[in-house]
Design a protein around this ligand. Sequence first.
Ligand SMILES: *Cc1c(COP(=O)(O)O)cnc(C)c1O
Length: 401
Amino acid sequence: MNTKLLLKIADEFGTPTYVYDSEKIKSQYLRLKNAFKRVKDLQINYAVKASSNISILRFLNNLGSGIDAVSIQEVKLALSCGFKAEKIIYTPNGVSIKEIEDVSSLGVKINIDNLSILEEFGNKNSGIDVCVRINPHILAGGNSKISVGHIDSKFGISIHQTPHLLRIIKNTNIKVNGIHMHTGSDILDTSVFLQASEILFDLASKLDFLEFIDFGSGFKVPYYQGDSETNIEELGDKLSKRFNEFCSAYGRNLKLIFEPGKYIISEAGVFLCRVNSIKQTTSTVFAQVDSGFNHLIRPMMYGANHSIENISNQKDVERYYSVVGYICETDTFATNIKLKNVSTDDILCFKNAGAYCFSMSSNYNSRYKPAEVMLINNTYKLIRERERFENLLINQIDIFN
Ligand SMILES: *Cc1c(COP(=O)(O)O)cnc(C)c1O
């Protein structure tokens, strides 16, 4: 992204601020689409939980994307941004049957990941098509907190429960028109993905009324220079071929669905912070910024490595810093990294801040959530105002006043 423009944005809207490049969102969407161009019927469903700003949702709707939603609120956000109900799949975990029925009544595709819920839903609503989420027990995922395919995972219907699944379908007469898997985030090895796909194909061949197979997501994007990423083109080549073979054997052209969040939006986003102070201790030089894990929790929660650049001072000597926040708790963004000489008021730019950053932000320490800005055609637009003091009070009830 253009550094001058970012500095201008920081100046105009203040900090901390998230900035999203619409061109990058588009190019990632098109790159994924292109990798699977040999599949006749492909749908890419953006995972709202990665970043749920309504301008981002509308932009993706205009590109032709569908939606992966994990809560009724995400479904309603997508509907309010003009997504057609049939292009939304609702994949909840651990929600009440009431919420599932409420979403179903909105006309949205339902993905069920629990046999007792499937049985109950099927008994009451056998006329409604459903998708089932399968756990193929393939171990994937960048770290244990985001790996959801393993044996103890709470996600999905175990592939070993297939006989029970088939009995419930027969007993309730419910029509299963889709099967789904989402085995975790940060999948690096395409062969792992292909292995899991074979498990889905095997189950698919036992179901008569399929219309789509949803392969979930978990594509890895590079977080720092030299970091690895999922080879989308290789995966596209191999999986498209297998998918087309399967469709011929099955006797019907199915829709292939992916539901990427991180792949679409992660690299499109940066996070701009201002340096409040430089603090030298006996062992470390801290650059303290006007943010913390209240705004960007991934480094502390997942050990994520977001590369950081001092965009105010690009020509100076490099020094080592630990970049920390202003929260009254340890909130280390990066330890002992090289930055161009940092001074108070410099703007630090965190890369890969599009996915699971703003959407996981909070008001901890009674700080305001950041502003959000979108770059469009060499210009920029504010897409969310910084919070104000009123936001901290809005739902509170002052009973002793
Ligand atoms: C979170 C989630 C995704 C998106 O995962 P990414 O790693 O961001 O691509 C897709 N599907 C489901 C069901 C999810 O819960």
